[in-house]
Design a protein around this ligand. Sequence first.
Ligand SMILES: [Fe+2]
Ligand SMILES: [Fe+2]
Length: 401
Amino acid sequence: MEYSTIKIQDNLYYIGVNDRHTHMFENMWPLEKGVSYNSFLMTGEKNIIIDSVHAERFEVYISKIRSVIGDNGIIDYLIINHMEPDHSSSINLLLQAYPNMKLIGNSKTEEFIQAFYKIDTKDIFIKVEDGEKLKLGEHEFTFYKTPMVHWPESMVTYYEKTKTLFSQDAFGGFGTLDGGIFDDEVNWREHEYETRRYFTNIVGKFSQQIQGALKKLSALQIDVICPVHGLIWRKEPQKIISLYDSLSKYETREGVVIAYGSMYGNTEKMADILANTLSKNGIKDVLVYDVSKTHISHILANIWIYKGLLLGSCSYNNSLYPVMEHAYRVLEINKLKNHTLGIFGTYGWSGGGVKTLVNLPKSNPAYDFIEEVVDVKCSPSYEDFQKCIALADEMTKRIRA
Ligand SMILES: [Fe+2]
Ligand SMILES: [Fe+2]
């Protein structure tokens, strides 16, 4: 099958693939709108691939490569910015297709290549250091390490001639590239949410390192950004840089996410009273989620940007409701800053829901925690509802302070 190739610049082609069939990214984060694995091919005296794709899409991938360099063309180099298997599981297959291909990465990249794919790298690996320049044919690249954005070996590749940054996971997003691949070919509003969800689910926990990487890269003039997921930025690269900057600084806006787990609807009643009170207080963005129905991946994307968070749970056999436990664990991993947290819930006999949720602000003291939790036996009474109203009033006051 022949593929019409998309030219990004002279000598630079998009050879990425869409994945619409994988249900969960990292087998954990739902992909309702799919994901793209972006890969780039630079042609010239030497043919160079920058980042590859998931091996499951190899058939499409190799067709795209061949449609640029022909069936008899060869790939001389593969620059590996990131070793997570969504970008590296094709390495062995590429080596089978192009046995003389050399691999380029840093020392940690080499360790992962050996450990994941049992490849003997002795004669085929070119190690680069932070800030090192490397000439491949007529093309010169500079490499910058960006550790933990997303993995320890993560680095970015800069092509100075056209001020193009190959940024691997940084500046990426969920969602397939449906037709248009460039920022100026699509409506950003359709992509903003899936980009935020990718950020908050996948790389947000490394926000501090992202801030470090942004600082490091700020010295470069960047006209084009080629991430390994989501849109290619050629018109307004500053837009995606600003979004990543804002999210990794934990900038929040006025609004409250209420996420609850409820078996018989009693904790849900409390969530509704909280939401009504917040609304009466003039808070316009009040987002209520039942954690049994909405995957935490979506809830987290909104928790991240709204200053207020109210977590509610029933108890389950003397501990936290298992569905809420998943949400709790995800929040525990993501050490959110700049958030006000309130807690409510119900219990049958010896509690467990609220009793466990109050450990969250202990694990992350950055929370502005409202100490007055509302813990209710079985179902809320009039007095309990008054306590919920007081909790919502306190939340309103704090997020507006
Ligand atoms: Fe990754
Ligand atoms: Fe990735």
